[in-house]
Design a binder for this molecule. Structure first.
Ligand SMILES: Cc1cc2nc3c(=O)[nH]c(=O)nc-3n(C[C@H](O)[C@H](O)[C@H](O)COP(=O)(O)O)c2cc1C
Length: 244
């Protein structure tokens, strides 16, 4: 068996659209549609401040300066800065009758990606794992403590993970997209995550912060920490952010 028989090629082959396959019935059966928002009703919830939307560098300079930065100082970031970063990735920017559109695009406006944070050094926020509640623009506490070292080990010992002020952790609630796109959903889930991460890196650059996207991690070690099952909801991407 060669690389062309592996699941990478097979997945792309079997999820291609053409004039026939686009309307072919698959045999996946009915797929339940989960709610568009995940919330933790029992968790301690802290509202985030309005992002200050401060003047930034010219947009073209920000694009030119964007780089993956892996060394950070131990200076904390402010809650307003964190708020701006969260708004940049998943803030609601347009409310329409059937949809609430966000800062980053999403296939079918289905928004399968959830954001969690491992907070290490954010002024006035205690260290811990948090979930970003999108509709309420708030943080929900999942576990208290500093999980930087633990996550650094999970990310194949990449030190920046623990040294950053905050680690963004993105999961996918797969059925949110699969319900409509069937097996092709995996393509869209990862493209959605790419848009989100790019918004984060550009917003971080605009505010003079360092940011590095991270794809190398042991999936289930992170899933376990977030208390997600690794199947219906599974970690897909990380990004460290810190002061330079
Ligand atoms: C999907 C993805 C996964 C990545 N994973 C890692 C990683 O695990 N560790 C790391 O140090 N950099 C990681 N990076 C950053 C790349 O190394 C970086 O984007 C690349 O070297 C280009 O540099 P630039 O982003 O500064 O332009 C990742 C980037 C992407 C897009």
């Amino acid at each position: 068996m060669g690389y062309k028989d592996g699941i990478a090629y097979q997945y792309m082959r079997e999820t291609k659209y053409d004039r026939v396959s686009i309307s072919r019935r698959d045999d996946l059966g009915p797929i339940p549609r989960p709610p568009i928002y995940k919330t933790y009703p029992g968790a301690t919830k802290s509202p985030l401040p309005e992002p200050p939307f401060e003047e930034t560098e010219n947009f073209w300079n920000i694009l030119n300066q964007r780089r993956s930065r892996r060394r950070y100082t131990s200076e904390p970031i402010s809650i307003e800065t964190l708020s701006s970063l969260l708004w940049a990735i998943q803030g609601i920017t347009l409310s329409a009758p059937a949809y609430e559109f966000r800062a980053a695009p999403s296939a079918g406006a289905l928004y399968p990606v959830e954001t969690y944070l491992s907070i290490h050094r954010v002024s006035d926020v205690k260290q811990g794992i948090y979930h970003f509640n999108v509709p309420d623009f708030a943080l929900e506490e999942i576990s208290a403590g500093n999980f930087g070292e633990h996550l650094s080990r999970a990310a194949l010992d990449q030190a920046m993970v623990g040294r950053g002020a905050v680690l963004f952790i993105w999961t996918a609630i797969v059925l949110r997209s699969m319900w409509k796109y069937r097996d092709r959903c995996i393509r869209y889930i990862f493209t959605d995550a790419g848009h989100i991460a790019q918004n984060l890196q550009l917003a971080a650059t605009a505010m003079g912060l360092g940011c590095c996207p991270i794809g190398a991690f042991c999936d289930d070690e992170v899933n376990h920490l977030l208390q997600v099952d690794g199947e219906e909801e599974t970690t897909i991407y990380l990004a460290a952010v810190g002061n330079l």
